[in-house]
Design a protein around this ligand. Structure first.
Ligand code: SAH
Length: 330
């Protein structure tokens, strides 16, 4: 689009909708479930334990938002079929995905799923929802202030322009957080609030995994193309645009709906507490040394603080205050 300045979130929504429907995102970036089958297996084991702590509701919705290629759910289902057959049979799989191309990918790995565009059409009932790298793909707005004057970033002819705007709602109380760029992910907050409302009304637990920070991340917009950082405004629809998730804002959104949250804890801590490295050892038995080394490399990439283990975080949303869930207890 050229001529009129376009609000950053409108630009990002348009670029990502084109990107996820046209491109093969997994040529550009690698997510945790694509690095190691153990990621999805651990998430599967987590959902089975959570189901028991919910009192074994039957049926139960097992939902995922933004499933990508469907790898995490396929790995989780393969594990629960073996180790938690009662949960496996009770679970009805629902996938929230807007890209027809990715829906087709997912149906190859999770053929028994039902698809939805959003939370609204999910059937009623107790639910366990998981989402990995979903919220980071939703469009952000960016604000900055000079004294009392607020400016919002727009995009015009491939460059940023700042236009005066009213002060954003729900400003952080912390003055320091107001310096520099303030990033607001309205759809992520709306998703968390609607999800929390549903959990409060109908029961269940959600697990959000994503790269993010406990408070406002500042300017974190990034583009990835062919596994490398790219200029965010230059390749609309050809690069994956994401921003860090503000877990503080997600927790406030959940609490507005009367729900409770646990975490965020670093992904490395979460996965290690859930037995990531024991699982590597178990799977490595009877494999070639090369295969065993590859399993260990994948696990380290997921867990080490300087790789994905530190910047990625896990947060749970529960209907009410709830005993600490697996991975969240020290
Ligand atoms: N969870 C997967 C994929 C992450 S990529 C993994 O870990 O590999 C983000 C996913 O969210 C893609 O499946 C994308 O199509 C989906 N997505 C992005 N915006 C969406 C929206 N507004 N509604 C539903 N799904 C969306």
């Amino acid at each position: 689009m050229s001529g009129a300045p376009e609000r950053l979130d409108h630009f990002m929504a348009r670029a990502n909708a084109a990107y996820y429907s046209r491109q093969n995102p997994f040529a550009d970036f690698t997510t945790a479930p694509e690095i190691s089958q153990i990621f999805g297996e651990i998430i599967g084991a987590w959902t089975a334990v959570v189901w028991e702590s919910l009192g074994c509701p039957n049926p139960v919705l097992l939902a995922e938002a933004g499933p990508g290629r469907g790898t995490m759910m396929a790995d989780a289902r393969r594990l629960t079929a073996r180790v938690a057959p009662a949960f496996h049979a009770a679970a009805q799989v629902h996938l929230i995905e807007t890209s027809p191309r990715l829906r087709a990918e997912q149906s190859r790995r999770v053929p028994d799923a039902v698809w939805h565009d959003g939370l609204e059409t999910l059937p009623d009932g107790s639910m366990i929802l998981v989402a990995n790298e979903f919220l980071d793909a939703l469009p952000i707005r960016q604000f900055r202030h000079e004294g009392a004057i607020w400016l919002e970033r727009h995009v015009e002819d491939g460059a940023f322009v700042e236009l005066p705007c009213p002060p954003p709602a729900d400003l952080p109380e912390d003055e320091a957080a107001l310096e520099g760029v303030l990033e607001v992910n309205e759809p992520a907050e709306a998703f968390a609030e609607a999800l929390a409302q549903r959990l409060v009304a109908q029961g269940g637990v959600a697990l959000i995994l994503d790269y993010g920070t406990p408070q406002n991340p500042g300017d974190s917009l990034q583009a990835i193309r062919a596994q490398r950082p790219a200029e965010p405004l230059a390749h609309a629809g050809e690069a994956d645009l994401t921003a860090l998730v503000d877990f503080g804002a997600i927790a406030r959104a959940a609490s507005r709906a009367g729900a409770a949250t646990q975490g965020p804890v670093p992904q490395g801590t979460f996965l290690s507490r859930l037995g990531l490295f024991q699982r590597v050892e178990r799977l490595a038995r009877g494999r070639t040394p090369e295969e065993a080394a590859a399993l260990m490399t994948g696990a380290r990439r997921l867990a080490e603080p300087l790789q994905m283990g530190g910047l990625f975080k896990a947060m749970a949303i529960t209907a009410s205050s709830w005993p600490e869930l697996p991975g969240f207890a020290a």
